[in-house]
Design a protein around this ligand. Structure first.
Ligand code: FMN
Length: 157
């Protein structure tokens, strides 16, 4: 099958490309991002799992739905060097879009994620399930499954 044919078929059947943008230091949130991507593919979508510094704001601007992942850093905040400025840039155009949020944490109670959900909601976005998918340290089977479900939900939008 040629790529041209695949692409035109994709447009006809409306297969969605879902960007999964993440920041991760020790790999836990990256593992979650890959599981979200697997869920997208399992639902017949195309997944673009990218580290935040490789992500395109323009692609997100034209997307109906996408996923963002970041662990709890600092004191219950997003990572401040790359993810925080990226999310600030997003806030201006996410109104009306659907966003899946996910991330790993260590010793807190998930406050960073509740704050992130509130922030995206205040910017006019709909957060899938009204909450982020979070897990302590590395994702276990249940967390991996929840990430896959998130990917499936985003692919269906
Ligand atoms: C500098 C630093 C700050 C952190 N701050 C928090 C925090 O405020 N709350 C929390 O629950 N975990 C915190 N953690 C733990 C990380 O969220 C946890 O190790 C997570 O699994 C890292 O995800 P990653 O493997 O995707 O980098 C912090 C870790 C580091 C290195």
């Amino acid at each position: 099958m040629t790529n041209d044919f695949k692409n035109s078929k994709k447009e006809r059947i409306g297969m969605s490309k879902v960007n999964v943008v993440f920041w991760s230091q020790s790999g836990n949130t990256e593992a979650m991002a890959n599981a979200v991507g697997e869920g997208v593919k399992a639902a017949g979508g195309e997944a673009n799992v990218v580290y935040v510094s490789d992500a395109s704001l323009d692609e997100l601007k034209s997307a109906k739905a996408f996923a963002l992942g970041c662990p709890a850093m600092g004191a219950e905040v997003l990572e401040e060097g790359e993810m925080e400025p990226f999310v600030t840039d997003l806030e201006g155009f996410v109104s009306g879009k659907t966003i899946g949020l996910f991330g790993s944490y260590g010793w807190g109670d998930g406050q960073w994620m509740r704050d992130w959900v509130d922030r995206m909601t205040a910017a006019g976005a709909t957060v899938v399930d009204g909450e982020g998918v979070i897990c302590q340290d590395a994702p276990d089977g249940a967390a991996t499954e929840a990430c896959k479900e998130l990917g499936k939900a985003l692919a269906a939008i």
